[in-house]
Design a protein around this ligand. Structure first.
Ligand code: BT5
Length: 329
């Protein structure tokens, strides 16, 4: 686990601030309040984590600014601009599911805003027992623990908080606007680039915590795409034609999430839904909804104040859908 205040995170920040110039061991030790031997130990560990740190006698340590940045919890904690989301960062090379690990951490009283990240998942989960393809080395798989002071029946609001956050972060990386599909997909050119899975631990009238699981296809290449999603998925790099720094993507996502979570806590769902509608592309379109073994065909009439999907059927009746899968037809 890393936090913004951990020694290795502070060393990376210090070295980065010098833009490749050397910082003496004694300056680092004074700044962090630790011995020079301890500084050396941390530098050794950082090198093992993939940081290209040079040590020169009498000059000190420097970090090559042009070297590609590794993807780990030090890098994420060092780049964070948030105060709540990411206050504790857990990184793992491989997990069954970041949501499952976040759930365990939540039960063990991990603080509000704790995040879990994995480079790969062996059992990445979608909704309703579906699978989230999670190959190593390319994408972002992260889960965020939040402890909102809301009743369990309102916890699904956080799906919308997450969706506007993911859409905002994705837009910043590709330089154009993605679309959100009700309730939880982010699409570019009708292909899925990100998915959101909300899980919660609650008592009858109180949410203990929610886990917001987010998967974003970042550097997945068309050729490497698992066959199950080849025809329906895309990635940020497929859209932009260049690679994405996953630590920067994670931090952009955490900043957006912190911003929208605060807006939700201060103003309720209304301002979040207003933003969400701005990304929603299905209103006025012919849709087919599969919900609880039932199929509803009709024209999408938007979402109501609680985020439920409204579908006007041919008979003129407006159906209200709280959970299901929507296809535009
Ligand atoms: C979702 O479910 O879209 C929620 C996905 C959440 C994944 C994150 S990763 C971090 C965290 N830890 C987890 O274990 N999960 C969360 P759903 O709406 O049910 O969509 C699942 C469907 O999306 C699958 O049936 C596939 O059709 C498609 N799919 C699977 N993997 C994909 C991928 N990498 N990119 C795009 N589409 C994918």
């Amino acid at each position: 686990m890393q936090t913004k205040d951990a020694a290795e995170v502070r060393i990376i920040r210090l070295l980065r601030a010098e833009g490749g110039q050397a910082v003496s061991g004694s300056a680092i030790s004074a700044s962090l309040g630790i011995s020079r031997a301890a500084v050396w130990k941390h530098i050794e560990r950082l090198r093992l984590m993939g940081y290209d740190i040079d040590a020169q006698p009498r000059k000190g340590y420097s970090l090559d600014p042009d070297h590609s940045r590794p993807f780990n919890n030090v890098e994420i904690a060092a780049s964070l601009k948030t105060s709540l989301v990411g206050r504790a960062v857990y990184y793992y090379p491989a997990l069954a599911s970041t949501n499952a690990t976040a759930f365990e951490l939540g039960r063990a009283n991990a603080p509000d805003g704790t995040v879990v990240i994995a480079d790969s998942q062996t059992g990445g989960k979608g909704r309703l027992g579906r699978r989230w393809e999670s190959p190593p080395g390319v994408n972002l798989y992260t889960s965020i623990i939040l402890r909102p002071p809301v009743a369990p029946v309102l916890a699904h609001h956080l799906t919308f908080v997450a969706a506007v956050s993911v859409a905002g972060a994705v837009a910043a990386f590709i330089g154009r606007r993605p679309a959100v599909k009700w309730p939880n997909d982010v699409l570019i050119d009708s292909r899925k680039v990100a998915g959101i899975l909300l899980e919660m631990d609650s008592e009858p009238d109180r949410v203990n915590f929610v886990v917001i699981g987010i998967g974003v296809n970042a550097n997945l290449k068309a050729k490497a795409m698992p066959s199950a999603i080849r025809d329906i998925a895309t990635s940020l790099s497929m859209i932009t034609g260049h690679g994405v720094d996953r630590a920067a993507l994670a931090c952009a996502l955490y900043s957006e999430l912190e911003k929208w979570y605060k807006i939700y806590l201060d103003g309720g769902l209304a301002p979040v839904l207003e933003a969400w509608r701005g990304w929603f592309a299905s209103e006025g379109k012919q849709v087919r909804v599969a919900a609880f073994g039932r199929t509803i065909d009709g024209v999408c009439a938007g979402v109501d104040v609680d985020g439920a999907l409204l579908v006007r059927t041919q008979a003129g009746k407006v159906e209200r859908v709280v959970s299901g899968d929507v296809e535009t037809v």
